[in-house]
Design a protein. Structure first.
Length: 319
C-alpha cells in the first residue's frame, strides 16, 4: 500500500523565514565619553585642530620686596602658551545594493546598511582613541606588572599596579573625572583579575550607586573601573606601541579629565559624520541598477596632556 509522507511529497515544503533577527555580537566601547570634544567649524581654512593651555603654576618669579617702594625687577614673569595639534583624517565606507535585491528583499537592506555604518564608525573611532592612548607620548606614566614592558606579559595585573597609576596621576595634578575618582578602562581579562582582589569594591556595594558610567564594574583605590572587550594588546616579542589582536601583553588605561581630545560629532560642521544614499540614475549607472549607501567622516584622537594618562602593562591569569 502506498503511503504518502513528507518525504514523498517534499517539493511542497519550504523553510519558514523568521523576520525576527538574532542578536548580533556587539563590542563594548568605553573611551569616547571621556574625551574632550571640540568643534571644527566649516570654512575655517584648516582641517587641523589646535588646543591651547597656559603654563602650570610656578613660584619661580615671586620675589621679596627688599626695599620699600621699589619694585624688584630681576625676574619678571612671562606668560607661556602651549599648543597641541591634531590633523583630521577622512574615512569612508560604502555598501552597494542592486535594484533586484531591494525589489525582492525580506529585510530592509538600506536601513541595515545605515545601522551597520553607525556601528562600524563607533568601533573605528573607539579604536583610534585606544591606539592613541597606547602610542609613545613623552611624559605619559607607565606602570609594569613586572620589571618592564617586555617581561610584564607573564604577570597578572594587581591592585598595587592600579594604586601606582592613581598615585602617578595625583603627583602630576591630573583632575579627576567626577571630582573624586579617576577613570580606568580595562580589558575584560585584566578587570577580571582585579575583581579577585580583596580590596575590590563591587558596584552593588557602592554607598551611592547612582550616576554610574556605562560599563562600570567597580572601584579600586580611587579609580572607577570600566571594562571593554576592545582593549589594547601588544606582542612582547614585537613593539609595545603596535596593536596585536593576539598579543600577550595587555594595556589598561587610567586617566583624568580631558586627558585626550576628539572632534565634536554633534556640531553642524561639514566635518561631522554623514550617511549618503545614492539611489538615482547618473552617468556611471544610467539604468539605476544600484543603490549605494556611504558613510564618511573626518576624525582624529589626540592625547592632550600625557601626564594625565597612566598605562598599565600586564599579562592575565585568565585562560
Amino acid at each position: 500500500m502506498a503511503v504518502n509522507t513528507t518525504s514523498t511529497l517534499s517539493d511542497q515544503f519550504q523553510k519558514y523565514f523568521s523576520k525576527q533577527l538574532l542578536e548580533k555580537i556587539m563590542p563594548t566601547l568605553r573611551l569616547a565619553p571621556f574625551a574632550k570634544k571640540s568643534p571644527l567649524p566649516g570654512k575655517s581654512g584648516s582641517k587641523e585642530m589646535r588646543w591651547f593651555r597656559f603654563a602650570a603654576p610656578s613660584t619661580a618669579n615671586i620675589q621679596e620686596v627688599s626695599t620699600e617702594g621699589t619694585t624688584p625687577g630681576s625676574s619678571e614673569k612671562s606668560l607661556s602658551l602651549e599648543t597641541v595639534d591634531a590633523v583630521l583624517t577622512q574615512y569612508l565606507q560604502y555598501i552597494t545594493l542592486t535594484d533586484i535585491l531591494t525589489a525582492t528583499e525580506l529585510f530592509n537592506h538600506v536601513e541595515e546598511s545605515i545601522r551597520e555604518h553607525g556601528e562600524d564608525a563607533a568601533l573605528h573611532m573607539d579604536n583610534l582613541i585606544r591606539n592613541e592612548l597606547a602610542s609613545n607620548e613623552t611624559g605619559k606614566n607607565y606602570v609594569y606588572a613586572d620589571t618592564d614592558w617586555a617581561n610584564s606579559n607573564s604577570t597578572a595585573i594587581s591592585a598595587s599596579n592600579v594604586l601606582d597609576a592613581v598615585t602617578a596621576l595625583k603627583i602630576d595634578s591630573a583632575p579627576t573625572v567626577d571630582g573624586n575618582h579617576y577613570a580606568g578602562v580595562f580589558p575584560c581579562e585584566t578587570a577580571r583579575d582585579l575583581m579577585r582582589d580583596s580590596d575590590w569594591l563591587e558596584v552593588h556595594k557602592y554607598s551611592a550607586p547612582d550616576g554610574l558610567f556605562e560599563g562600570e564594574v567597580g572601584k579600586l583605590y580611587g579609580c572607577r573601573v570600566l571594562e571593554t572587550n576592545q582593549g589594547f594588546r601588544s606582542e612582547s616579542t614585537g613593539s609595545q606601541y603596535s596593536y596585536s589582536a593576539s598579543g600577550d601583553t595587555y594595556s589598561s588605561f587610567v586617566f583624568g579629565r580631558n586627558a585626550y581630545g576628539v572632534p565634536e560629532l554633534n556640531s553642524q560642521s561639514p566635518f561631522s559624520p554623514q550617511v549618503i544614499i545614492a539611489d538615482t540614475a547618473d552617468k556611471s549607472d544610467p539604468g539605476n541598477l544600484k543603490t549605494v549607501v556611504t558613510y564618511k567622516s573626518f576624525y582624529t584622537a589626540k592625547t592632550l596632556q600625557p601626564k594625565w594618562v597612566a598605562e598599565i602593562y600586564s599579562g592575565t591569569a585568565f585562560s
